[in-house]
Design a protein around this ligand. Structure first.
Ligand SMILES: Cc1ncc(COP(=O)(O)O)c(C=O)c1O
Length: 308
């Protein structure tokens, strides 16, 4: 998806003009993929932009940093404040937000430890990641023949930049084969997640998502959906799924900050349920949408206003 430039990017404590937010060609993160990032959305509300679960996202950023031994000069609170500052500086009402921690210039080689940890935050307008049609009618997914990374290869719980090569390989294969999104399986053959989303199925009214032990990213949208589904009165289970569980599901959907909640209409050319977004998916999707803009009192604290 093309980026629409905004005006200012926060880099290591200062706002710099969009075109000046540069790093050197010998930046080690570019060469070896040692960095961590977040994907966050701000939504337009009557009280100004609200960043969805900003604190939880920045806490996850710092958890990822811990996995990769990155040591930023900034605290969680400072990065939260910097994120709000960047949204405001760019006069954004709704936007996508990309904080990243990366290695500074000066060292090269596979030992990242001597490099300084740098931090940047960019914002830009971003529409529906899998497209409006997929959001409305459901997407076509395929199980990937690229195996998902696992805890003993590249730790999937840290949102590391380099680990997204695995996601991208699966995404490219899916797109080239005519599908919208890939579903990755782990070495045991269990369903893990989409290339950039967590996955849920609904069977006989029970909402099921794979547990974290399968090697998935602990999605903030996933966590929100688990809470919403329970509040709506559904039983939610975190249990292992294999590929055929997707074929037998009545409903299935992806969850993620970029994608939001996208129904899955087909998996491996087999219709999920009757091939149309299911009622429970719709109900969860509608509640989630209200939560993002602070319109549901139960989830009011998830919509973190940029200006109090
Ligand atoms: C691999 C992967 N899984 C799941 C998710 C969903 O996580 P969240 O809901 O926190 O955006 C993402 C998006 O960041 C992702 O990249």
């Amino acid at each position: 998806m093309p980026i629409t430039p905004t005006t200012m990017i926060w880099m290591n404590g200062e706002l710099v003009p969009w075109d000046d937010a540069r790093i050197h060609i010998l930046n080690p993160t570019l060469h070896y993929g040692w960095g961590v990032f977040e994907g966050i959305r701000a939504y337009s509300t009557a009280s100004g932009p609200a960043v969805f679960r900003l604190t939880d996202h920045i806490k996850r950023l710092f958890r990822s940093a811990k996995v990769y031994l990155l040591t930023p000069d900034f605290s969680v609170e400072e990065i939260i404040a910097a994120t709000k500052q960047t949204v405001t500086a760019n006069d954004m009402k709704a936007c996508y937000i990309r904080p990243i921690m990366y290695l500074g210039y000066g060292e090269m080689g596979l030992n990242p430890l001597p490099s300084k940890t740098e931090v940047a935050i960019a914002v830009w307008p971003w529409g529906a990641y899998l497209g409006e049609a997929a959001m409305a009618n459901g997407c076509r997914a395929v199980t990937s023949n690229w195996q998902h990374i696992n805890a003993n290869s590249i730790p999937p719980t840290g949102k590391g930049t380099g680990q997204y090569v695995n996601s991208s390989l699966a995404k490219v294969m899916a797109l080239k084969s005519g599908y919208d999104e890939a579903i990755l399986l782990n070495p045991q053959g269990n369903v893990v997640q989409g290339s950039g989303e967590n996955i849920f199925v609904v069977r006989d009214g029970v909402v099921i998502t794979p547990p974290t032990q399968e090697g998935l990213l602990e999605g903030i949208t996933r966590d929100s959906v688990i809470r919403i589904a329970r509040d709506l009165g559904y039983e939610v289970m975190q249990s292992a799924l294999v590929r055929t569980d997707l074929y037998h599901a009545d409903e299935a959907f992806f969850t993620g900050t970029a994608a939001e909640i996208v129904p899955i209409a087909e998996v491996d050319d087999r219709a999920v349920g009757d091939g149309r977004p299911g009622l429970i998916t719709r109900e969860i999707q509608a509640t989630f949408q209200r939560a993002t803009v602070g319109e549901d009192d139960r989830y009011k604290d998830w919509a973190e206003l940029v200006t109090d």
